[in-house]
Design a protein around this ligand. Structure first.
Ligand SMILES: *[C@@H]1O[C@H](CO)[C@@H](O)[C@H](O)[C@H]1NC(C)=O
Ligand SMILES: *[C@@H]1O[C@H](CO)[C@@H](O)[C@H](O)[C@H]1NC(C)=O
Ligand SMILES: *[C@@H]1O[C@H](CO)[C@@H](O)[C@H](O)[C@H]1NC(C)=O
Ligand SMILES: *[C@@H]1O[C@H](CO)[C@@H](O)[C@H](O)[C@H]1NC(C)=O
Length: 261
């Protein structure tokens, strides 16, 4: 076949986004009793709450969205977690790692991306697809009352959110305008330089999200699969997460498809 099949322009927007597996480790402060640790290799047994386009494939992968346009999909861990200590109000340390792959129908474009989030509210019925990443909408974007912390893997440049480009990782607090963002890249321990990655390369990549004791520092690291965690994170920001987390929180993933310009 010499011809690439042409798609109806209206449907020119694909980001079937698959998450392959997930390790979550919540490192609790020393004075609490138990450690919460979840390790999933495949999601078949994970009993996640799914909505929108999200499904678990027969081979146990979490697929958040498929090749239809203007979709959103969410997968949440069904049990609430305590990311804030009572009565002190400190946000607690945690680390999470997951592996994902973005499988676009186009070799060089995709919209719009996905997020890992920690949220107070697990009802995303009013969240919008496309550039809102299934996380927020045009009414609540930027409001402190959202109580959402997210790490975005953003494959589209949206000037209204001051996106740096169409291939970046961002740390977001209650907003799609990132507190900090960086070209998708990883720190190469050998050369001491950051090397670019393409989020839509169809390659599997790993993300680490780590919040320190007292949770005022957030580090996000990206690397190709099979690579040990690089010595330096891609993003590192000081932010008091106790202002974002509520006593009861949910963790999960969102993805959205939109239209490619
Ligand atoms: C799965 O999650 C649902 C809530 O979403 C809960 O009612 C059910 O007990 C859970 N099942 C297992 C096996 O954990
Ligand atoms: C994608 O998911 C939506 C919502 O679940 C569904 O209506 C649609 O048929 C699916 N499209 C494909 C191409 O699988
Ligand atoms: C989710 O929120 C919408 C309004 O945004 C509301 O209509 C709906 O009942 C809520 N669903 C649940 C399960 O609370
Ligand atoms: C990495 O990508 C960014 C954004 O596309 C570009 O500005 C930069 O020059 C690239 N860096 C390298 C080392 O290729």
């Amino acid at each position: 076949m010499g011809q690439t099949p042409m798609l109806d322009k209206k449907h020119k927007c694909f980001i079937p986004c698959q998450l392959f597996f997930l390790f979550i480790c919540l490192n609790r402060a020393p004075f609490t009793i138990a450690n919460d640790q979840f390790v999933y290799f495949g999601f078949a047994q994970a009993n996640l709450s799914l909505d929108g386009a999200a499904t678990i494939t027969p081979d146990g992968l979490l697929e958040l969205t498929n090749g239809t346009f203007n979709l959103k999909g969410h997968a949440l861990y069904p049990t609430p977690l305590h990311f804030r200590m009572s009565p002190s109000g400190y946000a607690q340390s945690f680390s999470i790692s997951f592996v994902f792959s973005i499988l676009s129908a186009y070799p060089d474009k995709s919209a719009d991306g996905m997020t890992f989030f920690v949220t107070r509210n697990k009802n995303f019925s009013s969240a919008l697809p496309a550039q809102y990443l299934g996380l927020l909408n045009n009414q609540n974007n930027g409001k402190a009352s959202n109580h959402i912390f997210a790490v975005e893997l953003d494959t589209n440049e949206n000037s209204e959110f001051q996106d740096i480009n169409g291939n970046h990782v961002g740390i977001n607090m209650n907003s799609l305008h990132s507190v900090q963002s960086h070209d998708a890249s990883f720190f190469d321990d050998k050369t001491g330089m950051f090397k670019n990655l393409s989020l839509i390369s169809r390659e599997m990549m790993q993300v680490w999200v780590e919040c320190d004791g007292g949770a005022t520092k957030v580090d996000v690291t990206l690397a190709p699969i099979k690579m040990a965690k690089p010595a330096r994170p891609l993003l590192s920001t000081i932010y008091d997460l106790s202002t974002v987390f509520t006593d009861t929180t949910y963790i999960g993933f969102s993805s959205a498809t939109g239209v490619i310009n």
